[in-house]
Write a new protein. Structure first.
Length: 296
């Protein structure tokens, strides 16, 4: 009996030692049954064994030490995802390639200090679309402010003079040194979330080369839309009426300012920015900075 207990004890100690010395096994998976189109948010399922910590490399310069991370890819391409499973200095590595397809339409991400919006740029306004993409890829908008914010109306930014602007600075007159000829499209209108070109009061209605606003607006009634039709000499389509009544907007600006995009994700961010406290010049008391990137 004593001999049996001793043998059992030795096996227990040996099993413990072998378990503590076991090498981790790295493995992971992700949902690859759906088409992944940028911007693609991928959740990785960690299926590693015997690991104490993890190091992820998503192949786009971003890393994580979370056990089951979620990562967003903003550009199309093939990315080699690497997972390292670590235990007591021992490392096991697993690589997989993930493919992200390009979006069918032009998308940009507007990241702000109050949240992030995804904006679709309309192909029917190619000059405004291409100019916005050009400035974005040059880093023109990085760290600029939403310098003019009016609740129930719009949030405006894109003045290069707003970068590192002092609290009492006069803003709203800056630009890249050129203007754009207008591109008015009947099917594009000032519903909530519309991305539009700001401009000075000029007879040709030329757009600012860089300043833009995103419509916040208010909900309207049929009676209000009827009055606007008479005043502007226009006719709202049934779709436009329904959108203005349901989501709100600024229809009095239609055909006077160019609409060249719309927010397709993050409408609540417009609400947050629009309701932030402001000074008498409608500049937020706490700077609302932006960073814009093109999603390809």
């Amino acid at each position: 009996m004593f001999f049996t207990k001793k043998i059992f004890g030795l096996w227990a100690v040996l099993a413990l030692l072998l378990g503590s010395c076991a090498k981790p096994i790295a493995n992971f998976n992700y949902n690859d049954t759906k088409v992944k189109t940028a911007p693609a948010k991928i959740t990785f399922e960690n299926k590693s064994k015997k690991a104490e910590s993890y190091e992820w490399d998503f192949g786009d310069g971003k890393t994580s030490s979370e056990e089951t991370p979620t990562h967003q890819y903003f550009k199309s391409g093939e990315y080699t995802v690497t997972l390292k499973a670590i235990k007591e200095g021992k490392i096991s590595t697993k690589n997989k390639i993930i493919k992200i397809d390009a979006p069918e339409q032009c998308l940009v991400e507007i990241e702000t200090t109050m949240g992030t919006m995804i904006v679709l740029l309309h192909n029917s306004t190619p000059n405004h679309r291409d100019n916005f993409i050009k400035l974005t890829e040059e880093g023109f908008y990085d760290d600029l402010l939403f310098h003019r914010v009016i609740n129930g109306f719009m949030i405006q930014g894109g003045d290069p003079n707003s970068r590192n602007a002092k609290p009492n600075a006069q803003l709203g007159n800056g630009g890249p040194g050129y203007q754009l000829m207008p591109e008015f499209v009947d099917s594009l209108f000032h519903v909530k979330g519309a991305l539009c070109a700001a401009r000075t009061n000029n007879p040709q209605k030329k757009s600012s080369g860089s300043q833009f606003y995103i419509v916040h607006g208010t909900q309207l009634t049929d009676a209000q839309l009827d009055q606007l039709e008479k005043r502007k000499g226009c006719k709202f389509t049934p779709e436009q009426r329904e959108m203005y009544k349901t989501y709100g907007g600024t229809p009095h600006l239609d055909k006077d300012y160019v609409v060249y995009g719309r927010v397709i994700s993050g409408l609540e961010v417009i609400d947050k920015i629009a309701s932030t406290p402001k000074n008498p010049a409608n500049r937020p008391l706490e700077d609302v900075k932006m960073k814009i990137r093109v999603i390809k």
